[in-house]
Design a protein around this ligand. Structure first.
Ligand SMILES: Cc1ncc(COP(=O)(O)O)c(C=O)c1O
Length: 462
């Protein structure tokens, strides 16, 4: 594709995306296709001769679009949001256009320095501890962040032995609440500890937040059995109900036993951009690492997980390997960051560009307005649920996730969800709270307005 052909087709693609956003509301939120429908509509073999971009755009409309679930739809209330926005899409396009691979500072100095700088901006915007300053990196996802935190924790707990001897250099244990995202168990499996190394901390049934006294009991039993507590993961905003663990109390116990404290704030963390919800940050000065996803609720296209460490030594100790072909003067002088040592892959995209574009386009006040709109809508939605005696709220809802159920029971609650989702006008998902089915109503699309939340409540209550 020549630059001129790129220009011509690129304009059409940008128009296509702009049209998509203009007409987003007309689509059914959930894709109606059946398993195998999309593959059946695709040619069995790749083309022998190149095709024009017309053919690609035609098949995008005719074959691909029916199989799209519209995450950016204003009535997408499922899971947690995966925000996209104009500046992030354009920033991502620029990153693709530049096509740089920023594994080392030297392989594109701006890719590294912009990333460090933008994460310092974000640290400041979120009111995170000073110790994170200069110690931020973009991971693909919160799951990668949890894995990397575990590897750093194992490095520290083993005195650097895990790098040579593996996880069998000790009997390491990991602690997190029953409500924590499955990413932590996956990290234990990937790191070779196995799920048996993971201890689940009980939660308070009313708040769904971890009980510090149970963490202490679990750790004491392990220490008595000659295990080494390596990592405690606290959640700021659990996946099921958005519960916020008591980070300070968990952190104090973690410190007593010299374990690593990682905070998984994948969804909720970005809300701390609003000073009125800075209580989310209580105790973070005790954290060794912290992650939150601008790709969930801060207008930055997937993927973009912001991860910080208070002290980078253990992270680098766990992950840095220096083969001859990656040696270079700038790195060895210690004057620069080489992000290849801060995550699992070697190569990396210039993901900071889209986050930079988002922060510059919206400014701090625009980002705060984005969060505040959703929090206010969720509070209003929760008040409607509370006022209807057929329903009950099942957990606190200080941000933009509301969990609730029908008093009639699990079957009725599940049937309600299936019925409204089948209608195609909205999409919400479920969870289990204290062993009972509950519906999750997560507001977070930049396109969502009050009328969409009203329409959703009208459908649910009808
Ligand atoms: C609290 C929490 N942690 C981790 C994750 C995993 O996120 P990611 O897709 O970034 O790995 C999620 C996903 O929803 C989550 O809610």
């Amino acid at each position: 594709m020549t630059p001129d052909e790129f220009r011509k087709n690129g304009h059409r693609v940008v128009d296509w995306i702009a049209d998509y956003y203009e007409h987003l509301e007309t689509f059914s939120v959930l894709s109606p296709v059946k398993p195998g429908d999309i593959r059946a509509a695709l040619p069995p073999a790749p083309p022998e001769h190149g095709e024009g971009f017309d053919a690609v755009l035609r098949d995008l409309d005719e074959v691909i679009m029916p199989g799209i679930t519209h995450w950016q739809h204003p009535s997408f209330f499922a899971y947690f949001p995966a925000n996209a926005s104009g500046p992030a899409i354009l920033g991502d396009l620029l990153a693709s256009g530049l096509g740089v691979q920023g594994m080392l500072w030297a392989t594109s100095p701006a890719a590294t320095e912009l990333e460090t700088h933008v994460l310092d901006w974000l640290r400041d915007l979120l009111g995170l501890p000073e110790t994170f300053c200069g110690n931020g990196v973009i991971q693909h996802t919160a799951s990668d962040a949890a894995l990397v935190a575990l590897l750093a924790a194992l490095h520290r707990a083993s005195g650097g032995r895990t790098e040579q001897e593996g996880v069998h250099s000790g009997r390491f244990t990991v602690y997190t609440s029953t409500q924590t995202h499955s990413a932590v168990e996956k990290a234990c499996r990937v790191a070779g500890l196995g799920a048996d190394a993971l201890r689940k901390i009980d939660v308070d049934p009313a708040t769904q937040a971890a009980r510090p006294e149970h963490l202490r009991t679990l750790i004491e039993a392990d220490v008595a059995a000659e295990c080494t507590p390596a990592l405690v993961v606290a959640s700021v905003g659990t996946t099921g109900t958005g519960a916020v663990d008591p980070v300070r109390a968990l952190g104090e116990i973690t410190r007593e036993y010299s374990a690593w404290l990682h905070i998984d704030a994948a969804w909720a963390g970005v809300a701390a951009i609003c000073p009125e919800v800075r209580w989310l940050n209580d105790g973070l000065e005790l954290a060794d690492s912290y992650s939150t996803n601008p790709h969930k609720w801060l207008l930055t296209n997937f993927d973009c997980d912001a991860f910080w460490v208070a002290d980078r030594a253990a992270l680098l100790g766990a992950l840095s390997i220096l083969p001859e072909y990656l040696r270079n003067a700038a790195s060895e002088s210690g004057a620069v960051i080489d992000y290849r040592d801060w995550h699992v892959p070697l190569g990396r995209r210039f993901r900071a560009l889209k986050l930079w574009a988002v922060i510059r386009w919206y400014g701090a006040e625009g980002l705060r307005a984005h969060i505040r709109t959703h929090v206010a809508l969720a509070q209003e939605f929760a008040s409607w649920v509370a006022a209807d005696e057929r329903f009950e709220l099942v957990a606190p809802h200080p941000l933009s996730l509301v969990t609730f159920r029908l008093r009639e029971g699990d079957d009725a609650t599940r049937a309600l969800m299936e019925r409204v989702n089948a209608g195609g006008r909205l999409y919400l998902t479920h969870t289990a709270v204290n062993g009972q089915v509950a519906l999750r109503f997560a507001i977070g699309s930049p396109q969502t307005q009050r009328r969409h939340v009203e329409a959703a409540w009208a459908a649910l209550s009808a």
